[in-house]
Ligand binder design. Structure first.
Ligand SMILES: Cc1cc2nc3c(=O)[nH]c(=O)nc-3n(C[C@H](O)[C@H](O)[C@H](O)COP(=O)(O)OP(=O)(O)OC[C@H]3O[C@@H](n4cnc5c(N)ncnc54)[C@H](O)[C@@H]3O)c2cc1C
Length: 393
């Protein structure tokens, strides 16, 4: 029977990150992915590597600081995959967030980002408004420009897996985790691979199954803690309109939520929504009312989008956020990653619930630090903040 130091369930950005961090630290590691690398949430995000300007409103300062720090690292180690882009916030008479509030928010953003490259901001001069991709200028009072980064989430995830493979990681795809049983110092893991049941033994198991994480945790015996989480669906649509100047950060005319209009492969990507979800994570699908909601945003702000209907949508996808269970609206709930362990000290199982694409490297480092007391001493091969990530279509 094969033996590993770390077995990871889930080939999304978190599983990829933990796999890379584990092999970089010198451990023998295996990743199990049931469908394909980045087939879950990690190909259905808004594709932003960002500090999360709006999280300042809910006081999530440490999340914003860490995300801006990670953004700076990714801009350095993955320049082919993570690019700084101008973001535009148009302010009209009825816009809820006023220019002075935005300037305070962006000053805090720059402070939390250590005033590093890409933390500057300012107003777009009125004479340049005509260069803004057909942005509606009727009643427009101000346009604030700041900078954040955009990526291709699926390509980024694959790049992290490739980096792990180059350091000697093992992966099994498609391989479905079936169950794990814990004894005092190790974990017996069963998974389905090429139609057969395979067993392996590991010192530790990492549950990075995204929206499936509670289901994976429920297959561990004896039972381990499972946090109370809600699944909240987020839909994006793609429409055949070009957008070149940057990313537009606007308020939905329906409910004031923040929505992004982004350039994406020659078209416009619009997202996202927040719709409570229950049921099989594999069956999440954009809903007609979500598409209408997003089209209404595009029609409101972009003169080039007037008259667009659902028939014009060229692509659509929905993903699931994993958020702490609460009665509050999803928009204002914490985006901090929830980490769980089966016991302390000496955990055998660590779970990752929620989190951000942006923070994958920090999340992986946290998981490794948590697992370390359960793992033998090994000689590290590399540091994940230095390993270059390359685009590989
Ligand atoms: C709509 C939306 C927009 C977002 N936008 C952004 C953004 O712009 N920027 C940002 O920083 N973050 C964003 N996020 C958050 C970010 O996308 C997620 O936090 C991240 O992708 C989660 O990755 P993950 O690896 O935890 O989960 P996933 O990517 O879902 O990966 C889990 C994997 O586990 C596999 N799996 C499940 N069960 C099993 C099993 N039994 N055996 C084997 N494999 C299994 C699945 O097939 C899947 O591939 C967004 C999230 C959503 C939903």
């Amino acid at each position: 029977m094969q033996e590993y130091d770390v077995v990871v369930v889930g080939g999304g950005i978190h599983g990829a990150g933990v796999l890379q961090a584990a092999v970089a630290a010198g451990y023998r590691a295996l990743l199990l992915e049931q469908l394909g690398i980045a087939s879950g949430t990690s190909s259905r995000s808004s594709k932003l590597i960002h500090g999360g300007l709006r999280y300042l409103e809910s006081g999530q300062f440490s999340l914003v600081r860490e995300s801006l720090h990670e953004r700076a690292i990714l801009l350095r180690i993955a320049p082919e995959l993570v690019r700084l882009r101008p973001f535009f916030i148009p302010v009209y008479k009825k816009t809820r967030r006023r220019p002075w509030q935005l300037r305070i928010g962006l000053s805090v953003y720059a402070l939390l980002g250590g005033f590093a490259a890409g933390t500057g901001f300012g107003a777009v001069p009125r004479r340049e408004w005509s260069t803004l991709d057909g942005l509606d200028t009727t009643g427009l009072q101000d346009v604030i420009r700041y900078y954040d980064a955009q990526t291709d989430d699926a390509l980024l995830t694959r790049a992290v897996v490739n980096s792990a493979l180059s350091l000697g990681a093992h992966i099994a795809v498609p391989a479905r985790f079936l169950m794990a049983s814990l004894d005092q110092n190790s974990v017996l893991i069963a998974y389905e691979f090429k139609g057969a049941r395979v067993e392996c033994r590991a010192l530790t198991l990492v549950n990075a199954a995204g929206p499936w994480a509670p289901l994976v945790a429920a297959q561990v015996h004896p039972p381990i803690p499972i946090p109370a989480v809600d699944l909240v669906q987020g839909t994006h649509i793609v429409v055949p309109r070009s957008i070149a100047a940057g990313i537009y950060y606007v308020e939905s005319p329906t409910d004031g939520r923040a929505v992004f209009l982004m350039p994406w492969k020659g078209s416009m990507l619009i997202g996202t929504t927040e719709t409570p979800y229950s049921g099989d994570p594999a069956r999440v699908q954009p809903l007609p009312q979500e598409e209408e909601y997003l089209l209404a945003v595009a029609r409101r702000y972009m003169t080039t989008c007037r008259g667009l209907t659902r028939a014009d949508i060229s692509a659509r996808f929905a993903g699931l956020r994993v958020l702490p269970a609460a009665d509050a609206s999803a928009f204002n709930r914490s985006r901090e990653t929830i980490f769980t362990t089966d016991r302390d000290p000496g955990p055998r199982v660590v779970g990752i619930y929620g989190g951000k694409l942006t923070g994958w490297r920090a999340a992986a480092a946290h998981v490794l630090a948590t697992l370390r007391p359960s793992l033998p001493a090994r000689i590290a091969r590399a540091s994940t903040s230095q390993l270059p990530l390359r685009r590989n279509e």
